[in-house]
Design a protein around this ligand. Structure first.
Ligand SMILES: Nc1ncnc2c1ncn2[C@@H]1O[C@H](COP(=O)(O)OP(=O)(O)OP(=O)(O)O)[C@@H](O)[C@H]1O
Ligand SMILES: [Mg+2]
Length: 140
């Protein structure tokens, strides 16, 4: 099967009310497509962390999900401000989330680690003052 776009969602900065919407829509979609529940779970977790990071840390962006017979690819792209220091950002517990966001239960500094753990491949393009593009792949 040729790779096909199955989901495309715009995500606005600070839009906590719709936080989790992209990943739960995807979960339902993958279920309907008959994707194995373990793969579905992994892709859903990765997508949830990516969408919350766009809501919390970026100026806004978009998530696209592609599927082929071999893999599911989640592409998260935002318009900045970029990840200052990627090595630091991957340290468990490191977070730039403010107190208000922490009070909502986010900012444990575990999202990127989760994304890495649950994906088979991970590509990140970012930098200070740049757009961030993250591509996470789960093989079927
Ligand atoms: N899309 C993004 N744009 C800019 N900075 C980001 C983005 N995603 C992550 N970061 C930076 O990387 C840090 C670590 O991200 P990570 O998802 O691991 O933790 P968190 O979002 O702070 O907390 P948690 O995900 O546990 O709620 C963030 O605190 C933020 O500084
Ligand atoms: Mg996060």
């Amino acid at each position: 099967m040729q790779e096909k776009l199955i989901l495309q969602n715009k995500i606005a900065k600070g839009d906590f009310a719709r936080g989790g919407e992209t990943s739960s829509n995807l979960k339902e979609l993958l279920r309907k497509l008959g994707i194995q529940s373990d793969k579905n779970r992994r892709v859903t977790i990765v997508t949830y962390e990516l969408e919350m990071n766009i809501i919390i840390h970026s100026h806004g962006g978009e998530i696209q999900v592609y599927i082929s017979s071999e893999k599911i690819r989640v592409v998260a792209a935002d318009t900045g401000p970029g990840i200052e220091d990627l090595e630091k950002a991957f340290q468990p517990g490191y977070s730039t989330a403010d107190d208000e966001v922490r009070d909502m239960g986010f900012g444990a500094g575990m999202g990127l680690n989760n994304i890495k753990h649950y994906s088979d491949e991970l590509e990140i393009e970012t930098g200070p003052g740049q757009e961030t593009k993250i591509v996470a792949t789960v093989y079927l």
